[in-house]
Design a protein around this ligand. Sequence first.
Ligand SMILES: CC(C)(COP(=O)(O)OP(=O)(O)OC[C@H]1O[C@@H](n2cnc3c(N)ncnc32)[C@H](O)[C@@H]1O)[C@@H](O)C(=O)NCCC(=O)NCCS
Ligand SMILES: Nc1ncnc2c1ncn2[C@@H]1O[C@H](COP(=O)(O)OP(=O)(O)OP(=O)(O)O)[C@@H](O)[C@H]1O
Length: 229
Amino acid sequence: MFLVGLTGGIASGKSTVSSMLRELGCPIIDADVVARKVVEPHTCAYSRIVYHFGPEVLLENGEIDRQKLGQLIFTSEEKRKLLNSITHPEIHKAMLKEIVFYFLRGYRYVVLDVPLLFETRRLTKFLNHTVVVYCDPATQLSRLMQRDGLTQEQAEQRLAAQMPLNEKRGLANHVIENSGGREDTHRQVLRLHTKLEDSMDFLLVRVIAVAATASLSGILLYAVKILFS
Ligand SMILES: CC(C)(COP(=O)(O)OP(=O)(O)OC[C@H]1O[C@@H](n2cnc3c(N)ncnc32)[C@H](O)[C@@H]1O)[C@@H](O)C(=O)NCCC(=O)NCCS
Ligand SMILES: Nc1ncnc2c1ncn2[C@@H]1O[C@H](COP(=O)(O)OP(=O)(O)OP(=O)(O)O)[C@@H](O)[C@H]1O
């Protein structure tokens, strides 16, 4: 199995593209969804968030008040780093579990939808393909303001918390240009899907896995032989 990293900037269209890929049958692991699960009440990350940010970031039902926590972390780099240090290790562990699940079910590849893929860089070494969903800065700003009901200042703060999309575009193997209409984006997604389906990378990964298992078995047999001779 090989891994595909799908990334972009806030409101650049990752969820739009990942839904299109899902409709085509691609397995998707969405880091934003995982990030919500790892901070549910009674989890380790939840307790640490309450400890560091105080009970004022909780709703009446005890869940994290995401809007309030968002206001705190998008206006303070220090608080953002603190939240990232609590959540990111948990997010990566949970994603790894999902990757193993797909691997055991025999999938040829999995798409990891990770907004901060190039900011954290922890996953990039495991990826065979990276895809950036790009849109021009003015479109990104206006879609973000409209979707999340933010003022221009609030939206700009959120954009400033991430690596500029232009920079991300230069780091990816594939770019989906999402400044235009959904139809245009859909055509590009179909082309990307064909490339992924035709990719032989899964064979390479399988050969490496078989070779590693064979070498490990050889070493174990040799150790057993020495121990009992
Ligand atoms: C700050 C939180 C509470 C805001 O929640 P909310 O429901 O309003 O937004 P949601 O989680 O859907 O995120 C929307 C987008 O914000 C951006 N974003 C989220 N967290 C961060 C961050 N720490 N730094 C920069 N951008 C971020 C991403 O582009 C993401 O797609 C939440 O995003 C969070 O817990 N973030 C920390 C975990 C994280 O880094 N998640 C991103 C996936 S790795
Ligand atoms: N090609 C498009 N044309 C018009 N609107 C679009 C297009 N692509 C996305 N949008 C809209 O822009 C907004 C952001 O898109 P989307 O939620 O897919 O971005 P995202 O990158 O997943 O965002 P985030 O990382 O912040 O969750 C949504 O309201 C979506 O409906």
